[in-house]
Design a protein around this ligand. Structure first.
Ligand SMILES: [Zn+2]
Length: 129
């Protein structure tokens, strides 16, 4: 991900801020230019709930280079209380502790260190409640 894109997405990324379509009420996260439900282009800001539950997950043994130090790690699809689904890493736990249906909360963590540019990217990950 490029540094300008990270800068543009910083508010959503750091505050779990999504949007609600003014035409049909569909809640979207991350932000989009066009509503996936009705094609509307006008939105209100909509904060995402900070808790959700694990729908499904997998244990990753071969991941991208920047996550090498986390292997093996859990990658899960989390459904928030408003129905929005987010794919993210589940941290601070052993793979055997993770089960579908378990509650998680979002925590703010380092996602990636871009090395040469010196840019360190932060964002949300999930932690068992
Ligand atoms: Zn809509």
């Amino acid at each position: 991900m490029s540094s300008p894109k990270i800068w543009r997405q910083r508010i959503e990324r750091y505050r779990l801020l999504g949007q609600k379509c003014k035409d049909c009420g569909k809640v979207l996260f991350p932000k989009r230019l066009v509503c996936s439900e009705c094609g509307g282009r006008e939105f209100d800001k909509e904060p995402m709930p900070e808790v959700g539950k694990i729908i499904t997950y997998t244990t990753v043994y071969f991941g991208p280079k920047f996550l090498e130090q986390d292997i093996p790690y859990i990658l899960a699809i989390i459904e928030l209380k408003n129905g929005v689904r987010i794919t993210t890493q589940v941290v601070d736990t052993e793979p055997k502790e993770v089960k579908a249906g378990k509650e998680v909360k979002f925590v703010f963590r380092k996602l990636k260190d871009e090395g040469k540019t010196g840019v360190i990217i932060y964002g949300y990950k999930a932690q068992l409640c």
